[in-house]
Design a binder for this molecule. Structure first.
Ligand code: PEP
Ligand code: MN
Length: 345
């Protein structure tokens, strides 16, 4: 952080700022210019609050110069984080997210029944999906909408995992459920609406399972990185970032899928980046083009909604691909991945 003093700041005011800096256990470096004095803070400035300095007499401004996220930052780790998803029973090999292979996660918005997964799981795997998605606890805007099958839904996902051998990814909404999720789930998803549920993030920091955090509807990328920082700081290094679209004034799409998030997050952080084109656009016919674009932009994975009969879906039918459309999308993805020097995992 640097502190800029007002033009005619008194020596006593400069001394008071220095004293406050030293009270934090930091060193103050004073640069005297022709008209203004600037004071630099040296040491771990994470606990020094710029606002506390701005309040002091004679201070014009206090500006952080470093990044607020540390463990999530690119500088913190020399190499990219690769998250290993161990092989599941019936699966042939483990998975890596963040390596050369692009990992496609697919499945229904919500687990609606055991049967729907039975009809879908094997087809998704054959078409190239490497993880099965499906919400058991659903964050719905209306309390009167279907809230998910809960634990029963998790059991159907776990059953399907053992039948087809695809690891499962599903959303946790309550920190009290984290322990149970750690037992059942291979990748724990934090939904957009819970991106800043800090109690949940802290609990996930201690769960020992990989966590995927989706960007909030109106959150900046810096805020997404700070949410990752919560999980990392609590002791869990297995964090994946997910861009799923943000709210803008545009109405042709449900959200605006911010694909620039991919190169930005990869520049700023060592963590893998996944894109959710389904919630990003909200219309099934726009999903494949944006999925291809996400891979071209450098995404390490995709999470896509697929429903055996979208017209009958209890949630997000309009943005769900049919199994056949999913297969077609996978063919395109293979080519784009190859064109950018990658492959499908
Ligand atoms: C979901 O993946 O089913 C979901 C609810 O997504 P989001 O949290 O991004 O809205
Ligand atoms: Mn959905």
């Amino acid at each position: 952080m640097i502190i800029v003093m007002k033009e005619r700041a008194l020596e006593a005011q400069i001394a008071a700022v220095q004293e406050k800096i030293e009270a934090y256990g930091l060193k103050a470096h004073v640069f005297r210019g022709e008209s203004k004095t600037v004071i630099g803070l040296i040491g771990d400035v994470s606990k020094a609050d710029p606002a506390a300095f701005r309040m002091l007499p004679g201070v014009e401004d206090a500006m952080p110069v470093g990044k607020p996220y540390k463990r999530a930052s690119r500088e913190f780790r020399g190499e990219r984080t690769v998250i290993a998803i161990p092989p599941v029973r019936g699966g042939d090999r483990g998975l890596e997210i963040g390596g050369n292979g692009v990992v496609v996660m697919a499945g229904p918005c919500a687990v609606e029944s055991r049967e729907m997964l039975l009809s879908l799981g094997a087809y998704l795997k054959e078409s190239g999906a490497r993880m099965l998605r499906g919400g058991a606890f659903k964050p719905r805007t209306s309390p009167y909408s279907f809230q998910g099958l809960g634990v029963e839904g998790l059991k159907y996902l776990a059953e399907q995992r053992s039948i087809v051998g695809l690891p499962i990814v599903t959303e946790v909404m309550d920190s009290r459920d984290v322990e149970m999720f750690s037992e059942f789930v291979d990748l724990i998803q934090v939904g957009a609406r819970n991106m800043q549920n800090f109690a949940l993030l802290k609990a996930l920091g201690q769960c020992g399972k990989p966590v995927m955090i989706k960007r909030g509807l109106s959150n900046t990328l810096e805020e997404l990185l700070m949410s990752a920082e919560y999980v990392l700081n609590a002791g869990n290094e297995q964090v994946i970032l997910c861009e799923r679209g943000i709210r803008t004034f545009e109405k042709f799409t449900r959200n605006t899928l911010d694909l620039s998030a991919v190169p930005v997050l990869k520049r700023e952080s060592h963590l893998p980046v996944v894109v959710d084109p389904s919630h990003g656009v909200g219309h099934w016919d726009l999903v494949a083009p944006m999925a291809l674009a996400a891979v071209a932009a450098g995404a390490d994975g995709l999470i896509v909604e697929v429903h055996p009969e979208p017209a009958k879906a209890v949630s997000d039918g309009g943005q769900s691909l049919t199994p056949r459309h999913f297969k077609e999308m996978m063919e395109g993805l293979e080519k784009v991945a190859r064109a950018v020097g990658r492959s499908l995992a």
